[in-house]
Design a protein around this ligand. Structure first.
Ligand code: MG
Length: 337
C-alpha cells in the first residue's frame, strides 16, 4: 500500500479562543492510502498542546513502511506496528487508522458503522461550541447557533459568570461547560460548579488538571457530572480517571484513531463512566470518521468542521441537532475538487 501525506490548512470562520490559546488557521494533514485502485482518506489534527504539529505528523508518517503491507484487512498488525514505531505521534497514528478503516469499508462496500454492527439512528444530539470572546460577540454567536439544541461554552476566565449570564439573556437551552483545566483550584471549581448547576448546565468538562489537589474530592462534592478531556488521552488512562471524573471525552486525534477509541469506550463502560465523543477543529473528513462511533456514546461534541471556511470534504450532515452518518462505503466522505 502507498501512503501520501499533504498539508490541509483550514481557515476558521471566527478566531477560536479557549482558556490557553487562540487561533485563526489550523494546520492539519491529509493522509491518502492507495491500494488496488481505491483510496482511503485520513486526517490528522495535531495540537501543540499534545506536542504535535503538521510537520511532526508528516515526518512521522514518512518513516512508516506501509509499502511492506499488501493486505488492508491486517488492521491489528499494521496499527500495532504504527503504535510501536510512532508513539507518541497519536494524531499521525489516528490519520493512518482512519485511512485504513476507510479503505477496508470501501473494499467491502459497507459504511464503518455497518462493519461494526452499529445502529446509525441511535446517536446522541451534538453540541455547538461557543469559544471565549467579548460579551457582545458571545451573544452574537449564541444567536447564530439558534439551530443547535445544546451549546458547549468555553470558560476558564475571570468573566465566567458574565459569559454564562450573557448567554442566558439570549436562550435557556441546555449548556455544557468546558473549563479546559483552567480553574485554579478546587475551591474555585466547586464555587463555579454550584453556580452553574442553577444555570441549566448538563456537565462540566475538565475543571482543572487531574493531578490538582482536591480533584478526587471534587468528584464526590460536585453537583454536576465531571468529564475528563485533556487528561483522557489513551485507553490506559481510563481506570485512573474513574477516581476523579464521572465521564471521559474521547477524541481520535488524542488516542490514535478509531480502533483505540473503541477500546477506550469499552474500558469506560466497564467502569460505569459516561462517554463523550469530541473533536479538534477538523474538516468533515475527521468529523465524519468519528461520527461512525456515535451509536456507542452518550454525548457528542462533533462540531469542528462547522467552525471552518471552505470545508474540503462533505460527509456528516446536521438534522435538528443530530448528525446523520453517511451511508457510503468506508468513512463516506467525498472530496470537493
Ligand atoms: Mg474539552
Amino acid at each position: 500500500m502507498n501512503l501520501k501525506t499533504s498539508r490541509l490548512d483550514l481557515k476558521l470562520k471566527h478566531t477560536f479562543r479557549i482558556s490557553r490559546e487562540s487561533s485563526d488557521v489550523r494546520n492539519n494533514v491529509l493522509v491518502e492510502i492507495e491500494h488496488d485502485g481505491l483510496t482511503g482518506f485520513g486526517e490528522a489534527a495535531p495540537s501543540p498542546h499534545y506536542k504535535e504539529t503538521a510537520d511532526s505528523v508528516i515526518e512521522a508518517l514518512s518513516r512508516f513502511p506501509l509499502e511492506v503491507y499488501d493486505d488492508v484487512f491486517l488492521l491489528e498488525d499494521i496499527l500495532n506496528h504504527a503504535v510501536e514505531m510512532l508513539t507518541p505521534n497519536w494524531s499521525a497514528i489516528s490519520a493512518l487508522d482512519m485511512a485504513l478503516h476507510d479503505l477496508v469499508g470501501k473494499k467491502l462496500g459497507v459504511p464503518l458503522y455497518q462493519l461494526w454492527g452499529l445502529n446509525p439512528s441511535r446517536t446522541p444530539q451534538t453540541s455547538f461550541t461557543i469559544g471565549i470572546a467579548g460579551i457582545p460577540e458571545i451573544q452574537e454567536k449564541t444567536r447564530e447557533a439558534a439551530d443547535f439544541p445544546i451549546l458547549k461554552v468555553k470558560l476558564g476566565t475571570e468573566d465566567d459568570e458574565a459569559i454564562v449570564s450573557a448567554i442566558r439573556e439570549i436562550t435557556d437551552k441546555p449548556i455544557r461547560v468546558d473549563a479546559n483545566a483552567a480553574w485554579k483550584d478546587a475551591e474555585e471549581a466547586k464555587r463555579k460548579i454550584e453556580w452553574l448547576a442553577g444555570q441549566r448546565t448538563e456537565f462540566v468538562e475538565q475543571p482543572m488538571p487531574e493531578r490538582s489537589p482536591g480533584m478526587r474530592q471534587l468528584k464526590r462534592a460536585s453537583l454536576l457530572p465531571l468529564f475528563a478531556d485533556e487528561d483522557s488521552r489513551r485507553p490506559e488512562d481510563v481506570p485512573r480517571l474513574a477516581e476523579s471524573f464521572h465521564g471521559i471525552n474521547i477524541k481520535l486525534t488524542k488516542c490514535g484513531g478509531l480502533r483505540e477509541a473503541m477500546k477506550m469506550i469499552h474500558v469506560a463502560r466497564s467502569l460505569n463512566l459516561h462517554v463523550m465523543l469530541g473533536c479538534m477543529i477538523e474538516s468533515s473528513l475527521g468529523i465524519t470518521a468519528a461520527s461512525h462511533l456515535l451509536p456507542l456514546v452518550d454525548y457528542a461534541d462533533l462540531d469542528g468542521h462547522l467552525l471552518i471556511q471552505g470545508d474540503p470534504f462533505a460527509g456528516v450532515e446536521y438534522r435538528r441537532g443530530y448528525l446523520s452518518i453517511p451511508t457510503l462505503p468506508g468513512i463516506g466522505v467525498t472530496q470537493h475538487q
